[in-house]
Design a protein around this ligand. Structure first.
Ligand SMILES: Cc1cc2nc3c(=O)[nH]c(=O)nc-3n(C[C@H](O)[C@H](O)[C@H](O)COP(=O)(O)OP(=O)(O)OC[C@H]3O[C@@H](n4cnc5c(N)ncnc54)[C@H](O)[C@@H]3O)c2cc1C
Ligand SMILES: *[C@@H]1O[C@H](CO)[C@@H](O)[C@H](O)[C@H]1NC(C)=O
Ligand SMILES: *[C@@H]1O[C@H](CO)[C@@H](O)[C@H](O)[C@H]1NC(C)=O
Ligand SMILES: *[C@@H]1O[C@H](CO)[C@@H](O)[C@H](O)[C@H]1NC(C)=O
Ligand SMILES: *[C@@H]1O[C@H](CO)[C@@H](O)[C@H](O)[C@H]1NC(C)=O
Length: 586
């Protein structure tokens, strides 16, 4: 209550100070307040806006006791619905000016001087761009707020609600879409301070600032495993909220399907649990509904024993003439192996990479994985039956591979070692039904559209990957109470076709993206012509202009709309967060 009245004072202070009206600074005891805080709106002529704010809010340098008529938010707060309505009205008439973000930032600076960083400060530089994987996603938020607890997030969301500021949230920062986890005006909430991997009986509590590598390393120490990302560097929250494909997906579904509980800060600042028993509709919505409902501060994931470790590693196929055999193996795995041994996984990626001094290199970069139910032996060979075809396809490749028995988490760390932040990145995807001929044609199409034209560009690397989503994976999600992804109707294996490209020079953005858009159009047309198109877009790899949530289907979208209307009636996550995949038609 006391702290919230300080926010109100911060708001008044910001307005009155900028107006040149003397604020009652005697009541502001925070040492950070000296009237010199730069909040980044010096280039905006805000006279008219502030005059209006003064009129609308009755703020003119006098601190009035704004007694609540009807309280909104937690009991005892001084935010009233009347104030909110006025602010929302004001916001509508003055959008895009940056002033609301500036006021929020000043208020946060007053409340959390060491956790709020404004432009030009060392913390701003340390917390802003380094939070992002792709250089295409760098922006300049008015301030960066780095909470270290759910309560910090709660208070920050109340400030944001009160000030009607724009904001966004970044977890591991691996979205490649500009503005999806960042904001140009307003507050960027960086979750990296929400750390903690606490292993409990049967589950692990993971702070939303964690990345998968640390989660797995802690689990390995206890010979445990959990579903998660396949590369150590990727963030926990974004991956889970978009679904999440893991090494154990064939048996246990998406990573989100194995969440036991989400701790979520709602738009009004409430910190709630969402699980099978509490807020079950919100729980289901968060499994694929992305950033539309709240800021997730902790995710509790189910754990399993991993007593014998896993047999896994990377295989690199360099002989282009082997590709037809490789496509056979991929297709057979998707339609047979992945179903018969659900404890296995196969990443099938075809890569073209420019190596200075050597030139363009084609390779099949595969990761084969099997969770071991017993130590390997003559009767229990590492690859088992499901992975035998791909592993033994070329004995030289097999012998040069990193295949080995190892602790679960080390595979994600091995793959993560190749993940470099700071390049220009694009990810996009679409879906098909498993189809051997189509896979190879899609590969050839990708190659012909991208490589001759762009293969020589600085830092260019392109990948096309084929990821099965089996009926067993979908059934696992249903058995866990369902998710938002809308795949329940699948009766055969589908595959997510995942295109990842990176390059170094911003000058190449336009041309490369143009080719990629062309490629996606042609690829989808090809899949349709082969009667193998599936309308699903996997959210975590989707392109900005695609509509992954819409692709979940009407029933799922209607559920998500209802959950948003209930948990975020003021549309904070729809309107104040400009980026991210929204719920269509809400
Ligand atoms: C190298 C690489 C490997 C990958 N491997 C896999 C893989 O194995 N399996 C897989 O399924 N996907 C994988 N992905 C895709 C990955 O799931 C997405 O990039 C995902 O967005 C990463 O999550 P993040 O926390 O790092 O993302 P961020 O970019 O931080 O966030 C993504 C979105 O989620 C929102 N968000 C983040 N945290 C929260 C929160 N706590 N509460 C509410 N909203 C939040 C953001 O605002 C943003 O809209 C990979 C991506 C890359 C680049
Ligand atoms: C700012 O806008 C006000 C009102 O529109 C105007 O009177 C004033 O001259 C402007 N100031 C500057 C520096 O442009
Ligand atoms: C602030 O505005 C109110 C309402 O317009 C007015 O009654 C009051 O005198 C003003 N106070 C100051 C300090 O200007
Ligand atoms: C991995 O294998 C062990 C040993 O068979 C088993 O107990 C565990 O449940 C498996 N893990 C998963 C995630 O299925
Ligand atoms: C998508 O491609 C990226 C980069 O090649 C890879 O790391 C990721 O595992 C792929 N995802 C799937 C689902 O195949």
């Amino acid at each position: 209550m006391v702290r919230l009245s300080i926010i109100a004072l911060g708001l008044l202070y910001a307005l009155s100070n900028t107006l040149g009206v003397v604020a009652d600074t005697a009541t502001l005891t925070d040492p950070a307040i000296d009237g010199t805080i730069s909040v980044g709106f010096s280039n905006v002529n805000i006279t008219a806006i502030l005059a209006e704010a003064e009129k609308e809010l009755g703020v003119n340098g006098t601190v009035t006791d704004n007694l609540p008529d009807d309280s909104y938010g937690a009991p005892g707060t001084t935010i009233t619905t009347r104030d909110l309505e006025k602010l929302q009205e004001l916001r509508k008439r003055t959008s895009g000016t940056g002033i609301f973000g500036a006021i929020a930032c000043l208020s946060l600076k007053l409340l959390f001087s060491s956790k709020t960083a404004t432009v030009g400060t060392p913390n701003y530089n340390a917390w802003n761009n380094p939070s992002f994987w792709s250089a295409t996603t760098y922006m300049t938020p008015t301030c960066v707020f780095r909470p270290t607890s759910a309560l910090d997030v709660s208070l920050a969301l109340r400030v944001i609600l009160l000030t009607q500021a724009d904001f966004n949230v970044v977890g591991g920062g691996h979205s490649a879409i500009k503005g999806w986890a960042n904001t140009e005006d307003g507050v960027l909430i960086v979750l990296s301070g929400l750390t903690g991997v606490n292993i409990k009986t049967g589950y692990v509590e993971v702070g939303a600032g964690e990345r998968w590598g640390n989660v797995f390393t802690e689990l390995d120490k206890k010979k445990l495993m959990a579903l998660g990302g396949r590369m150590s560097t990727v963030g926990v929250p974004g991956l889970v909220l978009g679904g999440g494909i893991s090494y154990l997906t064939n048996q246990h579904g998406f990573v989100a399907d194995q969440v036991e509980n989400f701790q979520v800060v709602l738009a009004n600042g409430y910190v709630v649990s969402a699980n099978k028993y509490l807020n079950p509709d919100l729980f289901r919505a968060l499994k694929g509904g992305s950033s539309n409902f709240g800021i997730v501060t902790r995710i509790d994931l189910r754990t399993w024993p991993c007593p014998h470790g896993v047999y896994s590693g990377q295989l690199y196929f360099n002989d282009r003439s082997e590709y037809p055999k490789i496509f056979d193996a991929v297709y057979n795995y998707h339609t047979v192996g992945a179903l018969s041994d659900t404890q296995t996984h196969l990443i099938s990626a075809f890569v073209y990479v420019q190596i200075p001094g050597i030139g363009g290199l084609h390779m099949g970069a595969f990761t084969a994985f099997r969770n071991l139910s017993a130590p390997i032996s003559a009767t229990n060979p590492g690859p088992g039956t499901a992975l035998a075809e791909i592993v033994h396809l070329n004995p030289t490749v097999r012998d040069a591979s990193t295949l080995q028995v190892r602790p679960y988490g080390t595979q994600a760390i091995e793959l993560g070692a190749g993940d470099a932040p700071g390049l220009r990145q694009d990810m996009r995807d679409f879906s098909v039904y498993a189809n051997r001929a189509l896979y190879e044609e899609l590969f050839l199409l990708w190659e012909s559209v991208m490589i001759p034209k762009h293969g020589n560009k600085a830092g260019f690397m392109g990948t096309i990957a084929f990821q099965p989503i089996t009926t067993t994976a979908v059934a696992a999600g249903v058995a866990r109470g369902g998710n938002s992804l809308g795949l329940e109707g699948n009766t055969k294996t589908m595959a997510i076709i995942n295109l990842t490209h990176q390059w170094a020079d911003p000058k190449d953005d336009t041309e490369i993206l143009k080719s990629l858009d062309e490629l996606l159009g042609l690829a989808i047309a090809l899949a349709k012509a082969k009667n193998s198109y599936h309308p699903y877009y996997y959210l975590n790899y989707a392109r900005k202009q695609d509509n992954p949530i819409g692709s979940y289907g009407t029933a799922a979208v209607n559920r998500l709309k209802g959950v948003s209307r209930f948990y975020d009636p003021c549309r904070v996550f729809q309107d104040r967060v400009s980026g991210g995949f929204k719920i269509p038609g809400l």
